[in-house]
Design a protein around this ligand. Structure first.
Ligand code: GLN
Length: 286
């Protein structure tokens, strides 16, 4: 018998998700049921005795089935919140992570005058979450996003359109800076940084569903930083900055790599969990 009230549906879904070893089945049951019936999580809890229609029951069953296979919620819903904006997410792009908001914050701290005209480059743009979030905060900025994966470029482009920023951004398919000319005030990247041998140990949501291309940083996880740091100095304006998201424990290594370029002044910033998340290299302005 399918459940007939929201309360019964919540219990059912929670039990199914628990069997699938989902870490927080109660919370996730609320998220799935709310979405399936078109209410907020708060409303679902408040109207728990509300009956559910057969169509709603089958939508709940579909979401639960998918989630039990450990498919990420961002793939089931086709979207994810980042920087209080809603981004389209497909299996072609990394799902935006809250950690990455640290990078956006660190970039904004460098810009005391948000109405300044400035240019931003995002290397490995993926969904476009970094570039587009920054552009929403910097009304006079223009941004370029590069990704080697054409399908990822299409997602980034659709997100720029969806969030009304396609007139201030361009998305280009390319291999890091090889497709780029000119100089930018800010260059950002959250490159793939997971050591290849660790990918199999990750949660199924990541291991089985997220694009390998967006995860794997080679044998030591640092391949992409090496690629980016070679030559990136040529696309940053004097006084401009490079901001790199790094994995837990990678900050000292990536900082040391950046310091090899005598034109960079390098420091790191931490995220809310006190992990050094961002390596910031500023090009000395003589
Ligand atoms: N820049 C994108 C993000 O931060 C994609 C990152 C990636 O694919 N490694 O979500």
């Amino acid at each position: 018998m399918p459940p007939t009230t929201l309360a019964a549906a919540l219990d059912d879904v929670e039990a199914r998700l628990k069997e699938a070893a989902i870490e927080d089945p109660r919370f996730e049951s609320r998220v799935l049921v709310a979405r399936a019936v078109g209410l907020s999580v708060g409303e679902v809890l408040f109207y728990s005795r509300r009956p559910i229609s057969p169509a709603e029951a089958s939508q709940i069953a579909r979401y639960t089935e998918e989630r039990s296979k450990r498919r990420p919620v961002s793939h089931i819903f086709g979207e994810k919140e980042f920087w209080s904006l809603t981004f389209e997410v497909t299996p072609d792009v990394l799902t935006p992570r809250p950690d990455t908001e640290t990078l956006v914050e660190a970039a904004l701290e460098l810009i005391p005058d948000r109405d300044r005209t400035l240019s931003v480059l995002d290397l490995g743009v993926g969904s476009g979450c970094i570039l587009i979030s920054l552009l929403t905060e910097l009304p006079q900025a223009y941004g370029v996003g590069v990704d080697i994966d054409f399908d990822a470029c299409l997602v980034a482009r659709r997100n720029a359109v969806r969030l009304g920023l396609d007139n201030r951004s361009a998305i280009i398919q390319g291999d890091w800076i090889s497709a780029i000319g000119g100089k930018f005030d800010l260059v950002l990247s959250n490159p793939p940084y997971i050591p290849i041998g660790e990918i199999e140990t990750l949660e199924p949501e990541v291991r089985d569903y997220e694009p390998r291309l967006a995860l794997s940083g080679g044998r030591d996880g640092l391949d992409c930083y090496k690629r980016i740091l070679t030559g990136v100095g040529t696309v940053i304006r004097p006084g401009g900055s490079l901001l790199l998201e790094v994995g837990s424990g990678q900050a000292p290594l990536v900082s040391a790599m950046a310091r090899q370029n005598p034109l960079f002044r390098v420091k790191t910033t931490t995220d809310l969990g006190k992990v050094e998340r961002c390596v910031l290299a500023t090009v000395i302005d003589h």
